[in-house]
Ligand binder design. Structure first.
Ligand SMILES: *[C@@H]1O[C@H](CO)[C@@H](O)[C@H](O)[C@H]1NC(C)=O
Ligand SMILES: *[C@@H]1O[C@H](CO)[C@@H](O)[C@H](O)[C@H]1NC(C)=O
Length: 292
């Protein structure tokens, strides 16, 4: 009798811990905004960070559902760019980036909320960490109102926007699931920079603005942090105008590094010869959407 009861209690205990584990994975990652009727819509917002007025544009997915935890994707513009230019896109044949770096068009499942911040002086100088603080403020404000999967925040950008994504990978490794750095440099700093973050980057060997050796050094920080096996020699673009994608081996579970090298210049919309579309959007979307 006593034995039976003990058995029953321990079975119940196991059942309860299984159920709470399952609930934990289902519930724990939802932001406070889940279940709330949202006040945020797809438009420009203004906030104050360190006494400065800051703007960002929100894009909610079609048929936003307050109970669905969405991905949160930050898209940072280049030097001289703006949030509006990211939203509208610029001619990819003239060195521009597609709207939302081409990612919104690839989000066929309406799985993402996009955040498009606007830089002070059209850049991301991140003086005293003010742009990272801006990021923190946006995350807090957005997630209090909208339903976000807090494990699935992403950041991408070209040039200065890549620099800002890198700065976040350095300074906010726990808050950012993955970054995609398109022809970046270390222009927004790297506070911390000792923790793993899933890292995609692409760079041109003929980059005349931010040289490729800088891009390789940035990549190597996360090759090391993520525990990946370094390559014995540098990968070069294939002949005939084709980029080469390297997926690093040996990385810690959940912390991949993918590196794409091409022969082009400083360009967010580099294409492989014969291709009709730039490869950054597809590569970035593939990299981000491996995390669920
Ligand atoms: C949409 O979701 C399905 C099911 O999760 C997934 O297999 C597919 O890859 C997703 N499509 C895109 C474009 O992300
Ligand atoms: C690449 O750029 C970095 C940072 O601006 C600079 O320090 C370095 O000298 C450059 N290297 C080459 C090979 O041009």
């Amino acid at each position: 009798m006593l034995n039976q009861r003990t058995n029953m209690f321990s079975s119940l205990a196991i059942l309860f811990s299984l159920v709470s584990m399952m609930l934990g994975t289902v519930l724990a990652d939802k932001s406070a905004g889940c279940g709330k009727t949202p006040t945020i819509t797809s438009k420009t917002y203004t906030t104050t960070v360190n006494g400065k007025s800051r703007q960002y544009i929100m894009k909610l997915p079609q048929n936003y559902d307050k109970n669905t935890p969405y991905r949160l994707i930050f898209t940072w513009h280049q030097l001289g760019g703006s949030a509006t230019k990211i939203v509208n896109g610029e001619d990819p044949n003239k060195g521009g980036a597609l709207p939302y770096y081409g990612l919104a068009a690839l989000d066929k499942n309406n799985s993402a909320i996009f955040v498009v911040p606007n830089g002070l002086n059209n850049g991301w100088g991140n003086s005293g960490g003010e742009d990272v603080t801006f990021f923190d403020t946006m995350v807090k404000t957005i997630e209090a109102d909208l339903c976000v999967d807090t494990r699935l925040r992403f950041s991408t950008g070209f040039s200065y926007g890549g620099a800002m994504s890198y700065a976040l990978a350095c300074a906010r490794p726990k808050d950012i699931r993955a970054v995609a750095v398109i022809s970046g440099g270390v222009l927004s700093g790297c506070a911390g920079g000792n923790d793993p973050v899933a890292y995609y980057a692409q760079h041109g060997t003929s980059d005349s603005v931010l040289n490729v050796s800088g891009g390789r050094q940035m990549r190597d920080r996360f090759v090391k942090n993520n525990g990946c096996t370094a390559l014995s020699s540098e990968v070069q673009p294939a002949s005939g105008g084709k980029s080469v994608k390297t997926v690093y081996k040996g990385c810690k579970e959940g912390y991949p590094v993918t590196w794409v090298i091409h022969g082009g210049d400083h360009n967010p919309s580099q294409k492989d010869s014969g291709a009709s579309t730039p490869f950054a959007p597809g590569n970035t979307w593939e990299f981000f959407s491996q995390f669920t």
